[in-house]
Design a binder for this molecule. Structure first.
Ligand SMILES: Nc1ncnc2c1ncn2[C@@H]1O[C@H](COP(=O)(O)OP(=O)(O)OP(=O)(O)O)[C@@H](O)[C@H]1O
Length: 361
């Protein structure tokens, strides 16, 4: 990516013993997740992008606008960078109602520069009914939705989100996630989204940056990186593949929709899809079992002919098996004992039985 398109970010900054050293070319739209273990530098990276920390050696341009170029002596301070920043805990003014919190965000932005109308932000985050409520009466999920709307109300050219769901319980997280997905679908603002939760990454991000000890281990399309067995996301209990499929038949009487992808037909327990709709489907590695022959008389609906592409050690007694389903990659997490019994090796032709799938939207 070059020229006017995309985000070019190069930072080298030392904080005590920690060195952030990254050089990235990221898409200028959609959600890019920044993922890595605790202490890998995710927040430091975001703070450098925001101009809250100044890297001595740095270059940052966002869709053609240069915000920082240390060699040329350019450094826009944080208040002059047109960005929205959403933190783990929403920092709203407790004594003000929601409407006034939003207005506060808007004050900074001249009318002509408002790319996202306040009304649109309110609608997108579904907070119409909360506008007159004092912010200290809101639930955690509601507060976070208001904080996101407030960040959008400043008409940012870049939205930074640092673990925006981390302080929420499972139910509140599930409440807010669909709104984040809508941001992704309906807004043209690029988002850098820090998360250490693989399920959020799979659901929200098109693009992924993996950090480790301040360095970029890998960067690229989320779907590719999630299933690369040399990378940590393709291991452990939450390892999953995401495939794209097109709905081609609906059976309302069974609450099922059927969709085609490169590897065959997949059945989804979701009757509200429509024929022709494109869906992203997450298949968790732990829900995939392997058989040498195609099983007959089974309750499992989704069975695909696949070729083993690789096997690597996972947790004790378990292995991760990489599978090619006619161009789509799947993962299966099975016991070492089963892998030995089936004599699996790269090139083995087997059948993948998929117990559960989730439609991501
Ligand atoms: N001002 C500072 N002085 C010294 N060390 C710092 C400073 N700021 C950050 N660090 C260190 O830099 C490393 C990266 O911190 P950072 O907060 O960016 O990591 P992270 O990936 O966001 O972690 P987490 O997931 O735990 O939030 C950590 O080891 C942290 O202790």
């Amino acid at each position: 990516m070059s020229g006017n398109d995309g985000i070019r970010a190069t930072f080298s900054r030392r904080n005590g013993d920690f060195l952030l050293n990254v050089k990235l070319d990221l898409p200028g739209r959609g959600v890019t997740a920044v993922h890595g273990t605790s202490g890998s530098g995710k927040t430091t990276f975001l703070r450098c992008v925001a101009g809250l920390e100044r890297a001595g050696s740095a270059y940052l341009s966002v869709n053609g606008e240069v915000w920082q170029d240390e060699r040329a002596g350019v450094f826009l301070p944080v208040h002059r960078r047109p960005l929205g920043y959403v933190f783990q805990e929403a920092s709203l003014f407790a004594h003000l109602d929601v409407q006034r919190n939003l207005d506060y965000g808007l004050r900074r932005v001249p009318a002509a520069e408002r790319r996202v109308a306040l009304d649109q932000a309110i609608k997108l985050l579904g907070i119409e009914k909360l506008l007159q409520r004092r912010s200290d009466t809101l639930s955690g999920g509601e507060r976070q939705r208001v904080a996101i709307a407030r960040a959008l109300a400043t008409s940012p050219r870049l939205l930074l989100m640092d673990e925006p769901l981390a302080s929420l319980d499972v139910q509140r997280k599930a409440d807010v996630l669909p709104y984040l997905e809508r941001l992704h679908d309906e807004l043209d603002i690029p988002v850098l989204y820090v998360s250490h939760a693989p399920d959020e990454v799979a659901r929200l991000a098109d693009h992924l940056v993996l950090l480790e000890a301040g360095r970029v281990v890998a960067a690229g399309p989320t779907r590719e990186l999630m299933t690369r067995m040399d990378l940590p996301l393709a291991h452990g209990d939450s390892a999953a593949a995401v495939i794209e499929a097109t709905v081609n038949r609906v059976e309302p009487q069974y609450h099922l929709s059927h969709a085609g992808f490169a590897g065959g037909q997949i059945s989804l327990l979701n009757p509200s899809l429509t024929v022709g709709q494109r869906v992203r489907v997450r298949i968790q590695a732990r829900d995939v079992s392997l058989t040498l022959q195609k099983q007959e008389g089974t309750s499992v609906l989704n069975i695909f002919a696949v070729t083993v592409t690789g096997i690597s050690a996972d947790s004790p007694g378990q292995v991760m098996v990489g599978l090619d389903a006619n161009g789509s990659t799947l993962l299966a997490r099975i016991t070492q004992k089963s892998a030995d019994a089936l004599q699996l090796q790269p090139g083995s032709r087997v059948y993948a039985q998929v117990k559960g799938v989730a439609v991501l939207g």
